[in-house]
Write a protein that binds this ligand. Structure first.
Ligand SMILES: NC(=O)c1ccc[n+]([C@@H]2O[C@H](COP(=O)([O-])OP(=O)(O)OC[C@H]3O[C@@H](n4cnc5c(N)ncnc54)[C@H](OP(=O)(O)O)[C@@H]3O)[C@@H](O)[C@H]2O)c1
Length: 312
């Protein structure tokens, strides 16, 4: 007698999505959104026990470290789409070298595992700028390494992510909350296009469902081109604070970093790397994201209001 025909092939199997940086700000905000999607979600964490209480029972949490290549093979097994939301600025003496190695490890492991797509969030900034900060240069290099693996890579390049838990936004908030008068380096007048966390999350989610294609880079930002000084003034205005900004021509990034260490709770090292990047314009020069995605990022005023409300 013939065995009954299996209809297994008709049952669509949900694809597996790996999220790195799940314990971080952007990754952490992406978890509940991915948990609502018809996918199996697997989070990679250096400390799984810390992450587990923050995810649903149905979400897998695996131990992994992007600097430990073998841990990535296991984490990437059977994965269709992998989010790379990691940077090594916090715990590294030479973050450029370590971020390079981490991206290489991840790219190689993704290739071996047959991953279909990598989605990466990096930074804005002009590659042709010879004075691009080490932080921004490294963010671009990571994108390049991921693409070189041959796995289709969707790289988003963003400026400051505006949201309550975002380190760069917290720097701005701490400075403005604490200092009625600020001695500001001239490069606080550099043009930039921040983006609200909700818009970033919208892009990251939508990238998962793009039709299969070539690797691409999308520059994303709010429609407003502003300066960091404008952001300080807008935050102060919304909080009802009177603030004076006095611009001086010479205040080296190193001194600014020391100054930040005194007035903000964030780590000196990370703050210094971020500050170095403030001298580089971070504006959207290629508006392709607006053609490919239906997301229309909110303006700076609304983004700051959402961050102050704490909803983000
Ligand atoms: N926030 C912004 O304003 C902004 C702007 C533009 C682009 N981005 C990009 O967005 C991405 C995420 O940024 P974020 O603000 O969410 O950063 P974040 O809060 O500092 O999180 C960084 C994440 O990286 C993980 N990580 C560090 N070293 C690791 C390692 N060796 N192995 C595995 N994981 C490791 C951390 O895990 P642990 O908990 O184990 O340390 C953490 O989950 C980054 O690529 C960043 O460049 C952020």
């Amino acid at each position: 007698m013939q065995p009954p025909k299996s209809n297994m092939s008709e049952v669509p199997t949900a694809s597996t999505v790996l999220l790195t940086g799940a314990s971080g700000y952007v990754g952490g905000r992406l978890i509940p959104l991915l948990e609502q999607q018809p996918v199996v979600l697997r989070c990679l964490a250096r400390n799984p026990d810390k992450l587990r209480p923050q995810v649903k029972n149905s979400t897998e949490v695996v131990r992994g470290d992007v600097l430990e290549a073998p841990s990535l093979d296991k984490a990437l097994q059977g994965v269709h789409t992998a989010y790379y939301l990691v940077h090594l600025m916090s715990g590294s003496l030479d973050f450029e070298k370590e971020d390079r190695q981490a991206a290489k490890n991840f790219a190689d492991a993704a290739k071996r595992a047959g991953v279909h797509r990598i989605i990466y969030l990096g930074g804005l900034g002009d590659d042709a700028d010879p004075e691009l900060s080490p932080h921004l240069r490294s963010r671009h290099e990571v994108g390049e390494i991921l693409r070189e693996s041959g796995v289709e890579t969707i790289e988003f390049r963003a400026g400051m992510v505006v949201g309550a838990g975002s380190l760069s936004y917290q720097l701005l908030k701490s400075l403005t909350d604490r200092l009625p008068v600020m001695i500001c380096p001239l490069w606080l007048t550099t043009p930039t296009q921040p983006i609200a966390i909700d818009d970033v999350l919208g892009y990251l989610l939508a990238a998962k469902d793009l039709p299969k294609g070539e690797s691409r880079i999308f520059e994303i930002g709010s429609p407003d081109v502003v300066t960091y000084g404008d952001l300080i003034r807008e935050y102060a205005r919304q909080q009802g604070l009177r603030r004076w900004l006095i611009f001086v021509p010479v205040l080296t990034p190193y001194l600014s970093g020391l100054w930040l260490a005194l007035v903000t709770p964030s780590s000196f090292e990370v703050g210094r790397h971020l500050i170095e990047g403030l001298k580089n314009p971070t504006v959207v020069r290629d508006s392709n994201a607006l053609d490919v995605f239906s997301i229309r990022p909110m303006g700076v005023e609304e983004a700051i209001r959402s961050a102050i409300d704490g909803a983000t």
